[in-house]
Design a protein around this ligand. Structure first.
Ligand code: TMP
Length: 206
């Protein structure tokens, strides 16, 4: 089963993943956590270029293509082999981030972006995608505090508002694959909801 966690900046995805993994491993599931862009040595190198605050001249199309390059490697080197072994792959971001950030955020043509994604992933779609939804201002503040500021965080607040609106629209359009969790609540309640959403899906696919 392939599960992805998505959300605007500061939605807390990254802090939740280790606890989800521990919980499901204790229940006997083989869970493999990973993150995009990265998860492979080539992907991590591309991530550095993408996140480097020095690269202010990067064009949105360059940005879109670099994410797909990292993703193609990630799908072939990590996701497909793990899924083939019967593991649950839990990824911190996947292609919906490209639709949200490069598509809605940078206002690139959504159809063209989707076809690049299709090329990069070979059509691999997650079984479940969870949107950790949070207000843009709250999220950016959380991220600044956590000292994890990167080149994309420095885009305008309007950019991040479009990203969030894009996520909400995608989740509404594909309600079978997407589940929305309100990430503005206390961390513990968010964690509990994440566990129950995943458990419910695992039981349905048994
Ligand atoms: P984060 O997951 O640590 O927040 O950092 C990843 C950053 O990369 C985040 O700002 C979202 C951005 N991103 C894209 O813009 N497009 C993508 O396809 C992916 C995977 C991430």
């Amino acid at each position: 089963m392939f599960i992805t966690l998505e959300g605007p900046e500061g939605s807390g995805k990254t802090s939740h993943i280790p606890y989800i993994v521990e919980y499901f491993r204790e229940k006997g599931y083989a869970v493999f956590p990973t993150r995009e862009p990265g998860g492979t040595s080539i992907g991590e190198q591309i991530r550095e270029i993408l996140h480097d605050l020095k690269n202010t001249e990067m064009h949105p199309r360059t940005e879109t293509l670099l994410y797909q390059a990292a993703r193609a490697q990630f799908v072939e080197q990590v996701i497909r082999p793990r899924l083939a072994m019967g593991e649950i792959v839990l990824s911190d971001r996947y292609y919906d981030s490209t639709i949200a950030y490069q598509g809605y955020g940078h206002q690139q043509d959504l159809e063209q972006v989707r076809s690049l994604i299709h090329y990069a992933t070979g059509g691999l779609v997650p079984d479940l995608t969870i949107l950790l939804d949070v207000d843009v201002e709250i999220g950016l503040k959380r991220k600044q505090k956590a000292d994890e500021w990167n080149r994309l965080d420095a885009y305008t607040v309007d950019f991040h508002r479009r990203v969030r609106a894009g996520y909400v629209e995608m989740a509404a359009r594909e309600p079978v694959r997407w589940r929305v969790v309100d990430a503005s609540r206390a961390w513990k309640s968010v964690q509990e909801e994440l566990r129950s959403v995943i458990l419910e899906n695992l039981e349905q696919t048994k």
